[in-house]
Design a protein around this ligand. Structure first.
Ligand SMILES: [Zn+2]
Length: 164
């Protein structure tokens, strides 16, 4: 890494520290040429391609704000949202992709949100999956009911799967 002060082509790591969440490493560096000190932060790159084509770094806060709207008036805490956003990030990172589109994030949100609050799940799914008829709601609700009934055979047959 080039020195930001004198552009010398090398630098020496004098300290490394992993962040509390374990997702990044902060390195303190020193330039052997001018002695200047600077820090770098290393993370596994994960970018989101928005519908507009704009690319930006994955943000748990954006996941939380997207889900927060669907959770209005529901017994869901900020802590619940933070856990959900972390679950989504882990799921997305596990795919090994360095770039994903917002659609895939929406998909990764559906499962954990459903486990968290079914009403919020229906609200989120209705917007995200663009429900445009009562039938869309009915089939999503039928999917939830089927899980409540705890009949794995029916689910496996695909009769009560929620629309995707
Ligand atoms: Zn330097």
């Amino acid at each position: 890494m080039h020195c930001p002060f004198c552009r010398h082509s090398d630098s020496r790591v004098i300290d490394s520290r992993t962040s509390d969440d374990g997702l990044s490493i902060r390195r303190r560096r020193q330039c052997p040429e001018c002695g200047g000190r600077f820090s770098t932060i290393e993370t596994a790159s994960l970018n989101v391609i928005k519908r507009s084509g704009v690319i930006e770094p994955f943000s748990r806060e954006k996941v939380m704000s997207g889900v927060r709207k669907a959770c209005q008036g529901r017994p869901v805490t900020e802590g619940d949202l933070a856990v959900l956003a972390q679950t989504v990030e882990e799921a997305v990172r596990q795919t090994g992709a360095s770039q994903i589109d917002t659609n895939e994030i929406g998909l990764a949100i559906l499962g954990p949100l459903r486990a968290l609050d079914e009403v919020a799940f229906l609200r989120f799914a209705s917007v995200y999956q663009a429900f445009d008829s009562l039938e869309d709601f009915e089939s999503a609700i039928a999917g939830l009911r089927a899980d409540h009934a705890d009949q794995p055979d029916r689910l496996r047959a695909g009769e009560a799967e929620p629309t995707r």
